[in-house]
Design a protein around this ligand. Structure first.
Ligand code: NAD
Length: 297
């Protein structure tokens, strides 16, 4: 049993913290939202009145926050958690944030003798509830090995991507590729349909041909083609366009910082941004299929 402080009980953090409790850890959590704390207490956790109170006696801190500014605000500076944690503590930040902030927190932690990993996740709210998330971890080998048992209580696949910040880079590369695959799949299916093809027949052909990819095989964007997909449920649930836009923004900033050439990522980003701006940000990202029929040239 480990004494864990958990900061950020949102859509992802709430169920993740509950899974740590289920695994037998002693978890004290903090969030600004009282209802989130109440739900956590019902799940067997302890509520704290501040992040500083939550880390009292904790050997491990896990955070799941919206963006880099929240993570920097929580950990850095004399009022931040790092300055107030004992040496040899372990800090796991699972938020999806910019690489620079992840690296900055990593460097500061190391200088204080604190183990840090960035460990963004893939798997969405369903994976958070089921405890089947994939964690993409950045940090040195010692930090990774220490984080592994904690992460195993919340996830199924734990990958070591490299040093601090590498988890964020790997996640951005994956999501940028996903956006390209989804946009390309939607585009091809839409063109087939407009030329009289049945989208199910066309999908069956392409899934056994060289156009085969995850979006086509597992997450078909055309309503009615596949049972259980967001597309067959009015694009509800799944991974929101707004979140894809956040991840694409992070990916393009990282690409700029490394002077990487990402024309496909830029193009996909423009498409998803236009779709979000048109009022569809709350739909699953496979709804980009509708963007094509809504925006005829
Ligand atoms: P959310 O907005 O539901 O939850 C964030 C929580 O953090 C909120 O409850 C907020 O009150 C709390 N918070 C913010 N600053 C805080 C602070 N200083 N101290 C304590 N609590 C604070 O967001 P979410 O959907 O849970 O996502 C969290 C992170 O996970 C994001 O970085 C997101 O990009 C990433 N992510 C989300 C999904 C998803 O499907 N929702 C999937 C993968 C990754």
């Amino acid at each position: 049993m480990t004494q864990i402080a958990f900061i950020g009980l949102g859509n992802m953090g709430g169920p993740m913290a509950a899974n740590l409790v289920k695994a037998g850890h002693q978890v004290t959590a903090f969030d600004f939202v009282q209802a989130a704390l109440d739900t956590f207490v019902e799940a067997g956790g302890v509520a704290a009145s501040s992040a500083m109170e939550a880390i009292k006696d904790a050997q491990v801190v896990v955070s799941m926050l919206p963006a880099g500014k929240h993570v920097a605000g929580l950990y850095l500076g004399s009022e931040g958690l790092l300055a107030n944690l004992p040496k040899d503590s372990l800090v796991v930040d699972s938020s999806t944030i910019d690489v620079e902030t992840a690296r900055r927190v990593g460097v500061e932690a190391k200088s204080l003798g604190i183990h840090f990993v960035d460990a963004p996740v893939s798997g969405g709210t369903a994976g958070a509830k089921a405890g089947t998330l994939s964690f993409i971890v950045g940090g040195d080998q010692t930090c990774f090995e220490r984080a592994q048992p904690v992460l195993e209580a919340m996830g199924k696949n734990i990958f070591h991507a490299g040093d601090a910040g590498a988890g964020q880079i790997a996640k951005m590369c994956n999501n940028m590729l996903l956006s390209v695959l989804m946009a390309g799949t939607a585009e091809a299916l839409q063109m087939g349909v407009e030329n009289g093809l049945d989208p199910k027949v066309l999908s069956d052909i392409m899934v056994k041909s060289s156009g085969r990819n995850w979006a086509l095989e597992i997450y078909n964007p055309v309503p009615g083609v596949m049972d259980g997909t967001p597309a067959s449920n009015n694009y509800q649930g799944g991974f929101m366009v707004d979140l894809m836009n956040k991840d694409l923004g992070l990916a393009l900033s990282a690409a700029q910082a490394s002077n990487s050439n990402v024309p496909m990522g830029q193009q996909a980003s423009q498409l998803f941004k236009a779709h979000g701006d048109a009022g569809y940000g709350g739909l699953d990202f496979s709804s980009i299929y509708q963007h094509y029929s809504n925006n005829k040239v």
